[in-house]
Design a protein around this ligand. Structure first.
Ligand code: SAH
Ligand code: SF4
Ligand code: F3S
Length: 489
């Protein structure tokens, strides 16, 4: 026997078959709020915890560890966490009665913004961990289990990525066909409404080689589509292997060379960072999908200035023209805020006019929410709630109309679809069009993980319906054999 004698095994460990002390099996429940960066981070946290013996569960009731990965972007998002903690409190009390431990942790942007305040407001919280400290989770957990209230909100982003990408080196499982990859974090732009520069810190880009390694490992484990993530992804400026600083366009060109990565996407972009190299990548790279999320927030120059967006509506129009010239079939998407302080009826009308002129394939829109610590929160002329509500309804009606028209324009078209998973009905698969629309098709499971030409035969309210084109499924033989494998996402 090579392991330690049983009496030397601590309470987090158990004995393996050959007598080694190994971490005891434990379950972690992770709930993710907010943007895709949190989705990526939650996956990496689950990886780190897997090394400590934790398996993921989707039920809070049998979890030894609960992690809420939170979002602070609007008041509603932040408040959701406290109602969830109220629910968890009851379960934790119940488990304690049965003599079972439950550690409760809050991660993400609320953790970063509120720190120790969280466990003061919700005493069941044992651990508060900000987005740049996830690699320290095992240590922090040990402290929390020792009865300490742990708060870790330091910024040390390089260390985070160095440690978090380790695990992906040995992919045991086949991964889902579409995956996120964070290439840039943080933001230096300080728009006056936004908490991100405070919760995620200054802009940091990962190195090109680190990203290529991770993308290659993803491709090798079945990923066909990678979406590069960053709060300001098109401000990416990472160290290249040639000693130069690479922008996003150059990075995309390099990623396009990776065998098996059929599709590339990136989000979220800022209009000021759309440079020529990136626009040219849209013109030249077949695998770069014709979809661009390019938030403008407002169509009024006065409001854009007050928001500190550092561009005018005209700059945005000219940019859209250049992008459409390079990639005529591109679908545009955006974010809009209604009711920013000082927004008059005429300013709002400018936003509606901008939307009409640009024509979006889809868009996200929000009522302005006053966020503590941001300049907007204390600006004069806050807009009354009922005005915000009315403007949001009007804007959303316009955007819905545009989205329907865009979807309808795909009828009868033939396009490539990446088959991602089974649909709700037997024999049905769900995939994605190049323009990020969900497409439902009757097709065999073996096509999951492949890209096939599909004719769009019907337009639904949220998705398109397609038909496989006979005789054109030559990639069928290349599709990975998925009968034996489990998906981890
Ligand atoms: N980096 C991106 C935005 C990230 S935040 C950009 O610069 O466009 C995602 C979206 O949330 C924003 O585009 C904005 O529309 C919305 N948002 C951010 N702060 C908000 C606030 N205080 N109130 C309402 N919506 C907000
Ligand atoms: Fe927030 Fe502006 Fe940075 Fe986007 S660019 S994350 S809106 S501060
Ligand atoms: Fe929310 Fe943080 Fe993302 S505030 S939107 S989870 S960066």
């Amino acid at each position: 026997m090579t392991g330690r004698p049983e009496h030397q095994i601590n309470k987090d460990e158990t004995l393996s078959k050959d007598g080694e002390a190994v971490p005891a099996p434990r379950k972690v429940f992770v709930k993710t709020y907010g943007c895709q960066m949190n989705v990526y981070d939650s996956e990496r946290m689950t990886d780190v915890l897997a090394r400590e013996g934790y398996t993921a569960t989707d039920s809070v009731d049998d979890a030894d560890l609960v992690l809420l990965n939170t979002c602070h972007i609007r008041e509603k998002a932040a408040e959701k966490v406290y109602s969830e903690l109220g629910r968890i409190r009851k379960i934790k009390t119940e488990r304690a009665r049965e003599g079972k431990e439950m550690v409760v942790g809050v991660a993400g942007c609320v953790a970063q913004a509120e720190g120790a305040e969280i466990s003061r407001r919700a005493p069941i919280v044992d651990l508060v961990v900000g987005p740049q400290s996830y690699h320290q989770l095992p240590d922090l957990l040990r402290k929390a289990k020792g009865g300490e209230k742990v708060v870790e909100t330091e910024f040390d982003i390089d260390a985070k990525f160095d440690h978090l990408s380790e695990k992906v080196e040995k992919p045991k499982l086949q991964r889902a066909p579409s995956a996120f990859l964070t290439v840039q974090e943080g933001c230096d732009k300080f728009c006056t409404f936004c908490v991100v520069p405070y919760t995620r810190g200054a802009e940091v880009s990962r190195s090109v080689s680190q990203i290529i390694d991770e993308a290659e490992r993803m491709a090798a484990s079945g990923v066909r589509e990678v979406t590069l993530l960053g709060q300001n992804v098109n401000a990416y400026h990472g160290d290249g292997p040639d000693g130069e600083t690479w922008g996003l366009g150059r990075l995309l060109r390099r990623l396009a060379e990776i065998e098996g990565l059929d599709r590339l996407r990136y989000t979220t972009s800022h209009p000021r960072d759309m440079d020529d190299e990136l626009i040219e990548a849209h013109r030249d790279l077949k695998s770069l999908m014709p979809y661009l999320h390019l938030p403008v927030q407002s169509g009024s120059d006065k409001i854009l200035k007050a928001m500190n967006r550092k561009h005018t509506r005209d700059d945005y129009f000219r940019l859209i023209d250049r992008i459409r010239e390079a990639a005529p079939d591109i679908a545009l998407s955006g974010d809009f805020i209604v009711g920013f302080p000082g927004e008059s009826d005429a300013d709002f009308e400018d936003t509606m006019d901008l939307i009409r002129r640009v024509g979006y394939g889809s868009a996200f829109s929000f009522k302005y929410s006053q966020r503590p610590g941001t300049p907007g929160a204390t600006m004069a002329d806050q807009v009354p709630e009922d005005v915000k509500t009315a403007r949001l309804a009007e804007l959303q009606a316009l955007v819905t109309e545009q989205q329907k028209a865009f979807n309808a324009s795909r009828l009868g078209m033939t396009c490539d679809v990446l088959f991602e998973k089974k649909g709700r009905l037997p024999g049905q698969l769900v995939g994605k069009s190049p323009w990020l629309q969900p497409v439902q098709i009757d097709a065999p499971d073996v096509l999951i993980g492949s890209v096939q030409p599909v004719e769009i035969v019907e337009i639904g309210s949220n998705s398109l319906f397609g038909r496989l084109i006979e005789g054109h499924n030559e990639t069928l033989s290349q599709a990975p054999d998925l009968k034996e494998v489990a998906f981890d996402a």
